[in-house]
Structures are given as structure tokens and as C-alpha cells.
Ligand binder design. Structure first.
Ligand code: ADP
Ligand code: ZN
Ligand code: ZN
Length: 741
């Protein structure tokens, strides 16, 4: 670029506008950069409207569509070197385009909040203490008359390195420190907190010897250059051991590894397995962190100080010094797709990122998504399978109980109760799965059938007995239990169906000698509750673990030998095209909690529809045949992964406005067909839950035969919609590769 012309910065600004903005880089700021040109990926401050904002340079150029004299200068440049590498910046730009989200918002919602506020990207320094030159040549005995001072000097002399002040505070008072400091025997200085390593060995725990299937998979994973590998391994087959050994190799080349997992609080064991194995700095990135901790973790990854980064969805946007491997566990999990705002898929971005940075990616799951399976079939991913459990554990056996023919108490069949009793008598643990929290999913009038609905949603209120209220699980509307029916005045108002709260009550009465531990969103609200529950479960004492899908996630319960699925039918009726895939995954994941230790496990499934093709195939043939069957249906229905899909969503308190907006969107899409002939629209249709939190929701499905067409169409339509008055009044968004309709 010629340096004689103006230096124009094309910057991304945190606003909902789908564009970048041009600013001039004034010459007087060049001295801040020692005469170098500013680089993309650096932050600047700008005047934007009447506000001063932090913005990020996307491009440095010397031409602009705007007349030069109209372009404003930036105020300041915040980074002397870019905070985003060129690769990562390109990933952001790609993702913002692909997911049809404004680049500025995308960048600033995915990066640590403090970066948006202009915080420096150096690690905060802490005060350290060490012995001074004078102190080194001074005998501690000279301080015999001041024993505390002598102890402090001796303490620091015994250390090989400087000590952070926080390590001293409990031991020596500030007065003592200042007294010895005043004598010039010790000195303080500011430094970054260096991670403490106990030895130079990379491994602090030996690798397990891989079994044959693990070894075959391990050998097949090429760790140099880009490759995408899907490990389809039954629960407990030792996928994590493969991750650990692949990471070890990458660390030995001095590169870093990124490990993505669906949820950290539910899987404390996973984190522990990494920290137990490696004697290397590991940082975790999760939603429970403060802004400051998040920034620190981000910086440690970026500077290369941390070698392993373990995080949830948003960690895919972490900057690295030298990333060598991405691992994404439980790749089918829907939490990898952000559901609001910047609706990216961390799984798909992991593959894109690996490709761009020319490194391998490993996806793992016992129940891979149909998308990933299809990518294997089409040869884009390498398919590795582990069919046996590691450690000689055997696969659990299934028993299906037909609820049409068996009587139940509180939704539990007698033979199920007997089976639970047997396991408890044998000092084993039982996991009971019911994906409905609360006491009961509905409250109905026994006389006329009236039920309490949420006034703001198309949904019934759930009875919560402990909290003494009826609560909507979609909008959190709450009310008291009515005393009589507003429709017929009867006082015979009863609960219908069971939630975890009620099952807990029933099981506790039925099995008075065993602890019942309920694990759901309500019971784990209290900080530390989850850890307590896991601690009890890990102790191995006989108990009943009862809970929602929180229990389905990767936790390894050694002594659980029976898993009971109380209601396999919920979810079978959903109209969403992914519902059968989801239920198959969920049931297999829950079942996989059984018999992971030395004892053989069993799974009892209660259902009213044992002959339902999804359940039948799942129980008799397993997940893969079901998945292949569902893939065929998707192909026939021209659905993803065979045809790319996006939905445009609109919601408003006035249903007509939301409809009008989508009708307009449809018209614009139809116009695009002149350029992109394969565009097809379906809708506008009401969303699966039409009314939610007082808003009426509609969707327009847009598909094309090729991704490129769909992308170009959506970009054009989005830009046009942005200019419509109606679009200011209605909440609308574009969801590319939606997880739900
Ligand atoms: P997955 O991640 O596939 O669910 P894990 O990696 O958690 O499986 O392994 C299940 C159990 O088997 C763990 O307790 C693990 O320590 C053990 N394990 C894994 N691989 C081996 C091996 N090669 N030899 C012995 N035990 C193993
Ligand atoms: Zn009534
Ligand atoms: Zn509601």
C-alpha cells in the first residue's frame, strides 16, 4: 500500500448496523506506533454519533467511497500490536457474514467484555517480595531481637523465587514486611503471576495403555495439517483418553490445544482429568467467571502462557499464540449453537477454524449429529469408531416396559420399583431420568377439565410445590394456586402428570432407607449444590439419583448400575424436524450412565408406545441404524444436511406486524430468485410455540440447493429489510442452520 495517501481505517463498531465505518488515521498518531502503520485486529477509540466507542480495525486501506474531507479521524489507537491475529479476524468476518450478524456486534459479544471497554491486554501485575542484595549478605541472626522479622527474612531466603504478596499475608503482617523493607533486607517489585509448576515433566500421571480400538483411532488421527476426525465411541469407550494423548503430542511440539465441552459445571470430572494428567498451565473459560477472570484467561491463551484451554461454546473465539489442535466433545450437543443474538455454531466454526489454521480437529460423541455422520459418509470427515467400553466395562442391556399394560404409582411401574429395590439392596446406585422439573406439568379441574394456562404463552403452568407457586417454564410468569375453578367453580383442582419434585417425594417415601438426590435446575440453583450432589454420588453409597437432562451429560457415575427412563415418550410428538434425532441422542446418553464401572448395567425404559419406530429401532438396533434411517428421511424431505436451511424469525405483540414483516421478507426472497433461482420459501408459519412471553412468533423458512445461493439471498434480504420502517417495530432475526424451528 502506498504510504503517501491517507491512511483509512475500516472499523467494526458495536452497533446493530450491518456494515463497517471508515475513519482516518491521523499522522500525529503515527508516533504512537513508532512510525509503523496501524494493523487490522487492533482497537481504536472513535467518536460515533455522540458517543465515544471502542472499535476494531478490520482493514487498512487508502481509498474510501466517502469524500476524504468528510471522514472523521479516530481519537486514539489502543493496541500497539493487534489483539486478534489475521486468522482469527478472518474467522470473525467469515462468521458474521455466514450467520448474517453485524460484524461489530459479533466481535464485541464474542470477545471478553473488558476488551470492549478498552482494557489493556497485559496481565495484571502483582506485588512480589524477594531478598535484596543486602539481605543476601546479612545473617538472619542479626535480627535475633526481632523474631518475626527474622522469620520473614528466613522465609524468603528459603525460597528459590520471589513470592507473591498474597502468599505472605496470612503469615507476616504488613508492619513486619515494612520494617524489614525499611532495613533494606528485602524488596518488592511488580510482576506477572507466574504459574507454578511442580516439575519439568509434561505428564504428572501416566497415559493409560490404549486398547486395540483406541489405538487404531489414535494412529489414524494425523496431527500435522488440517484433518477433521469424528470419533463415534459408545459412552465409556475411552474417547477422553484419546483426547488426552492427542493433546500430549501437540504439547510436545510446543503448541496449544483448545478443548470445547458443552457445559463445565455439569462435568467437573472432565476438567479434573485434564488437570490431573498434565503438568502444564490449563485455563478454563466458562460463564461463571468474572469479566476480569475471563480477560485474564483470554490473555494467557493469547500469549501462549496457557497450553490447554478448556471452555464452552464461546471459547472458539479465543486468540492463541500457536494453536495446534481443537477437540470438541459431545459434538451433537445443541448448546454449541448460540440461540440468540450472534447465532453461531461453535462446532461448525471449529471445523472452519481448523481448516484455516491448518490444524486437526477431533469431534467426539456416542451419538453424533446427523450433520457430522453425513460428513463422514461424504468423505469430508474421517470416521473413527469405538464400539466397546474401555476398562472391560460392558454395554448395559435394555428392558422396555409397556405402560399400556402395567399399572403405575406416580408414573412408575411395579416391576421398575422392584428393580430399583434390588439394586439398592445390592448396595448399588440407581439413576432415574425424568425430563420435567417441578411437581406436576399441569393443574386441572377434575370436574370440567379446565387447566391453568400461562396468560402470556401457549403453555400450561407447571406446579412447583416447594416454592408454592405455578410457574411458566417459558417466560417465568408466576401465580398462586387457585382455590376453585374459574370455569365451573368446583374446588376439585388436581395436578396432572409428574415432575421431578413429585417423583422425589414418592421415591423418598417408597425407599425410606436410601437417599434420593434430585438434580435439576431448581435443586442446583444454590452455589455449590451440584458439587455436593456429585460428591455423594461419587462416594458410591447406595442412593437414587433423580433428575432431568442435567444428568445425561458426561458425568461418570462409577456405581450406577440401573438407569430408569420414566417417560421415553416426551418429545416423540414434537413437530420439529430434529426431534427424533434429539430424543435418540438423549436416551442413549442417559442410558450410557449405567454400568460404567466394574458392574454390568441395565436400562429400563417406560413408554406407552414401545412399537414407535424411533424407540423400536433405538432399543433393538442402536443409535447408528436409527441415525441412518433419519438421514434418509431428511434426504426425502429435502432437509438439512441435504439442503441448507435458514429461518427468518419475527415476533411482536401485534401478530399482524410480525406476519407482515415475514411476508415482506418472502417477497424479497422471491425477488432474489431472478439471481438465485433455487431459493425456496416456506411460510410465514406460526412458530412451534406461537405465543411466548406475550409476543406472537412466526417463522419463514428459506432454503436453496447451494449454500452460496442461500447466503447471497439472505444478505441481500437482510440489507433491504434493515431499511424498512416495519423492521424497526418488529423483533426479527436470521438463524442460519437453526437447531430448532
Ligand atoms: P468416554 O469419554 O468415551 O465416555 P472415558 O474416556 O471417560 O470414556 O473412559 C471411560 C472409563 O474408562 C474411564 O474411567 C477411563 O479412565 C477408562 N479408560 C479409558 N481408556 C482406558 C484404557 N485404555 N485402559 C483402561 N481404562 C481406560
Ligand atoms: Zn372446572
Ligand atoms: Zn409463559
Amino acid at each position: 500500500m502506498p504510504q503517501t495517501g491517507p491512511i483509512i481505517l475500516r472499523v467494526a463498531v458495536p452497533t446493530p448496523l450491518r456494515r463497517t465505518f471508515d475513519y482516518i488515521f491521523p499522522e500525529n498518531l503515527l508516533k504512537e506506533l513508532d512510525g509503523d502503520l496501524p494493523l487490522p485486529g487492533s482497537r481504536v477509540t472513535i467518536e460515533f454519533g455522540r458517543r465515544t466507542l471502542v472499535a476494531l480495525i478490520i482493514e487498512v486501506t487508502d481509498i474510501s467511497d466517502i469524500a476524504l474531507e468528510k471522514i472523521k479521524p479516530i481519537n486514539n489507537i489502543l493496541d500497539s500490536s493487534p489483539i486478534l491475529s489475521p486468522d482469527l479476524l478472518k474467522l470473525f468476518v467469515w462468521a458474521a457474514n455466514y450467520y448474517q450478524y453485524p460484524i461489530g456486534e459479533a466481535l464485541f459479544t464474542a470477545l471478553p467484555a473488558l476488551l470492549r471497554k478498552g482494557e489493556a491486554t497485559e496481565l495484571p501485575t502483582v506485588k512480589h517480595w524477594r531478598v535484596s542484595e543486602l539481605g543476601l549478605s546479612t545473617e538472619t541472626e542479626s535480627l535475633d531481637r526481632a523474631p518475626r522479622q527474622k522469620a520473614l527474612l528466613q522465609f524468603l531466603k528459603d525460597k528459590t523465587a520471589a513470592v507473591p504478596e498474597s502468599d505472605l499475608t496470612g503469615l507476616f503482617s504488613a508492619t513486619i514486611r515494612n520494617q524489614v523493607d525499611a532495613k533494606g533486607l528485602i524488596e518488592s517489585f511488580l510482576a506477572q503471576h507466574e504459574p507454578k509448576l511442580s516439575s519439568d515433566e509434561l505428564l504428572q500421571q501416566e497415559n493409560l495403555t490404549l486398547d486395540r480400538q483406541q489405538q487404531v483411532a489414535m494412529d489414524a488421527i494425523e496431527l500435522h495439517g488440517f484433518s477433521c476426525n469424528l470419533i463415534e465411541g459408545v459412552t465409556g469407550s475411552g474417547k477422553t483418553e484419546i483426547y488426552l494423548q492427542a493433546i500430549e503430542k501437540v504439547l510436545r511440539y510446543n503448541r496449544q490445544a483448545l478443548v470445547l465441552i458443552p457445559e463445565i459445571s455439569l462435568t467437573p470430572q472432565t476438567e479434573k482429568r485434564f488437570t490431573d494428567r498434565f503438568n502444564t498451565p490449563i485455563v478454563t473459560i466458562h460463564s461463571g467467571m468474572t469479566d476480569k477472570q475471563r480477560l485474564e484467561a483470554w490473555i494467557k491463551a493469547k500469549t501462549g502462557e496457557a497450553k490447554i484451554i478448556l471452555g464452552t461454546r464461546s471459547a472458539i473465539f479465543t486468540g492463541f499464540d500457536d494453536l495446534g489442535l481443537i477437540i470438541l466433545d459431545e459434538e451433537h450437543d445443541s448448546s454449541y449453537k448460540q440461540q440468540d443474538g450472534f447465532k453461531y455454531s461453535a462446532r461448525d466454526l471449529a471445523v472452519i477454524r481448523a481448516q484455516r489454521e491448518n490444524i486437526p480437529v477431533i469431534l467426539g460423541s456416542a451419538t453424533p449429529s446427523l450433520e457430522s455422520l453425513n460428513n463422514c459418509i461424504e468423505g469430508r470427515y474421517q470416521h473413527l469408531t469405538l464400539t466397546q467400553r474401555a476398562n472391560n466395562a460392558t454395554a448395559p442391556s435394555w428392558r422396555v416396559i409397556d405402560l399400556k399394560t402395567e399399572a403405575t404409582s406416580c408414573g412408575i411401574a411395579q416391576s421398575t420399583l422392584d428393580a430399583i429395590q434390588q439394586r439398592l439392596d445390592a448396595q448399588q446406585q440407581v439413576l432415574v431420568f425424568l425430563n420435567r422439573r417441578g411437581y406436576a406439568p399441569a393443574l386441572v379441574c377434575h370436574n370440567c377439565g379446565w387447566s391453568v394456562d400461562c396468560p402470556k404463552c401457549d403453555s400450561k403452568l407447571t406446579v412447583h410445590r416447594a416454592r408454592g407457586r405455578l410457574i411458566c417454564h417459558h417466560c417465568d410468569y408466576q401465580q398462586r394456586k387457585p382455590h376453585h375453578c374459574p370455569s365451573c367453580n368446583s374446588t376439585e383442582i388436581m395436578t396432572a402428570g409428574e415432575g421431578t419434585e413429585q417423583s422425589e417425594e414418592f421415591l423418598a417415601k417408597r425407599f425410606p432407607n436410601s437417599e434420593v438426590i434430585r438434580i435439576d435446575r431448581d435443586s442446583t440453583r444454590r452455589k455449590g449444590a451440584m458439587q455436593e450432589f456429585f460428591a455423594t454420588a461419587d462416594s458410591g453409597k447406595p442412593c437414587i439419583l433423580l433428575g432431568t437432562q442435567m444428568l445425561a451429560k458426561g458425568h461418570h457415575f462409577e456405581n450406577v448400575t440401573l438407569v430408569v427412563i420414566l417417560d421415553a415418550d416426551s418429545g416423540l410428538m414434537s413437530a420439529d424436524f430434529r426431534s427424533h434425532e434429539r430424543i435418540g441422542q438423549l436416551l442413549i446418553q442417559v442410558a450410557g450412565r449405567s454400568g460404567r464401572g466394574k458392574l454390568k448395567g441395565e436400562v429400563i425404559v417406560q413408554t406407552h408406545q414401545p412399537e414407535h419406530p424411533v424407540l423400536d429401532q433405538l432399543f433393538n438396533q442402536g443409535y447408528r441404524p436409527l441415525a441412518l434411517q433419519l438421514l434418509q428421511q431428511r434426504q426425502q424431505g429435502m432437509l438439512p444436511p441435504y439442503r441448507p436451511l435458514a429461518v427468518i424469525r419475527a415476533e411482536s405483540t401485534y401478530p399482524n406486524q410480525a406476519m407482515d414483516l415475514l411476508n415482506l421478507a418472502r417477497k424479497l426472497c422471491d425477488q432474489q430468485r431472478g439471481i438465485e433461482p433455487d431459493i425456496q420459501c416456506l411460510g410465514p408459519l406460526p412458530a412451534l410455540m406461537e405465543k411466548r412471553a406475550g409476543r406472537f412468533r412466526f417463522i419463514l423458512q428459506v432454503t436453496a440447493s447451494q449454500r452460496g445461493q442461500l447466503q447471497r439471498c439472505l444478505s441481500a434480504v437482510a440489507t433491504q429489510l434493515d431499511n424498512e420502517k416495519l423492521a424497526q417495530k418488529v423483533r426479527w432475526s436470521i438463524d442460519v442452520d437453526p437447531q430448532e424451528l
